[in-house]
Design a protein around this ligand. Structure first.
Ligand code: SAM
Ligand code: SF4
Length: 335
């Protein structure tokens, strides 16, 4: 039996987030600049390499895989990869296969994803106003995403909406979004904007809407009951007593979740980031590519990387500068 992945702080690593592409069909203003330079295709792990990489992590005890990007569903032939992961679900080694998507391609892929074993999908959506949606995503169209959500629900998947809290942008939609999610039986999580990557002219501090403020606003209309549920990640949950809805808050700029962190992130080029907020990473592509047919060097590289997983991250907005900012984009590490 292979020993599980345990980091120096006795945290078991059971969750891998995998970015399968850095490309996207949207250009959300807090995520990308309008003119992004993407990686040359040869830098990317092939679908077979992604399979080999993920299968190795599953062998080492990873039970949950979240596929992300960039936009995972714009990666060519991505269903081949999802279908390949189904065997780990069927064998019982993988407990959950899921993805985070902007929803633009969901209409096309919903049935296939369900057939591959995907039961829950996170859809990122910051507004349900068509014009504002076009503004914030630059290239996105709301009706297309709504059709994607419809298709995913029809296929039988549970949807969680992820909304980045943005000052002067979706503050006025707080209750609309909550009610909309209730009416469609979808969970809702708010995310604080993080200082990642060069995004052009946008003023990141101007975008920052503190979730503690958002929570107080929510409490003006609902009774919030704190839930003890923990996912090993930065999300905290409350239940709205009046509606029974579960609302999540992801506040990556606070340190209240690092102690229980159970996850690592693999980029589309095979770099393993042990912490979203730190620059340290391990190249897993070389030990894999240099050793066809032999996964031992890859396993060794993964174990060595986990040995370096830091205790926590260094984001800090407290002095009104973006200290501790990380130069790579979220689309590179996978949000
Ligand atoms: N394209 C897919 C999507 O939008 O869901 C997956 C990748 S995207 C990078 C993953 C998540 O990261 C999205 O929910 C997005 O809103 C969030 N995100 C991107 N840039 C962010 C930032 N600077 N701060 C906080 N969240 C961010
Ligand atoms: Fe694309 Fe997702 Fe980034 Fe928006 S948040 S630009 S959809 S990767």
């Amino acid at each position: 039996m292979t020993a599980p992945l345990i980091d120096p702080f006795q945290r078991a690593i059971s969750y891998l987030r995998v970015s399968v592409t850095d490309r996207c069909d949207f250009r959300c203003v807090y995520c990308m600049s309008e003119n992004m330079t993407f990686l040359p295709k040869k830098e990317l792990l092939t679908l077979e390499e992604l399979d080999r990489m993920c299968s190795t992590f599953v062998r080492l005890g990873v039970e949950k895989l979240r596929i992300t990007g960039g936009e995972p569903l714009v990666r060519r032939n991505i269903m081949m990869f999802f279908n390949a992961m189904t065997r780990h679900l069927e064998a019982g080694n993988l407990k959950e296969l899921t993805l985070t998507t902007n929803g633009s391609q969901l209409e096309r892929f919903a049935d296939d994803l369900y057939a591959a074993g995907v039961r829950r999908v996170n859809v990122s959506l910051d507004t349900i106003d068509e014009q504002k949606f076009a503004d914030i995503t630059r290239w996105g169209r709301l009706p297309q995403v709504l059709k994607g959500i419809d298709a995913a629900q029809r296929a039988g998947m549970r949807i969680k909406i992820n909304t980045v809290a943005l000052k002067d942008f979706n503050e006025d939609e707080l209750f609309t979004l909550v009610e909309w999610c209730k009416s469609r039986d979808m969970d809702l999580t708010f995310i604080e904007v993080m200082p990642m990557g060069d995004i052009g002219n946008e003023d990141r501090l101007g975008q920052y809407w503190k979730l503690s403020d958002l929570r107080m606003r929510l409490a003006e209309q609902y009774t919030l009951k704190e839930l003890s549920e923990r996912t090993g990640g930065p999300a905290r949950y409350v239940e709205l007593e009046e509606t029974g809805q579960k609302i999540g808050f992801i506040t990556p700029l606070t340190h209240n979740f690092c102690e229980s962190c159970n996850r690592v992130r693999l980029t589309c080029t095979g770099e393993l980031y042990m912490c979203l907020g730190q620059e340290d990473m391990a190249d897993l592509r070389a030990p894999m590519r240099n050793n066809p047919g032999n996964d031992v060097p890859l396993e060794d590289a993964i174990r060595a990387a986990i040995e370096r997983k830091p205790k926590g991250h260094d984001f800090d907005y407290s002095r009104q500068t973006v200290d501790g900012r990380v130069s790579r984009h979220m689309s590179h590490t996978g949000g």
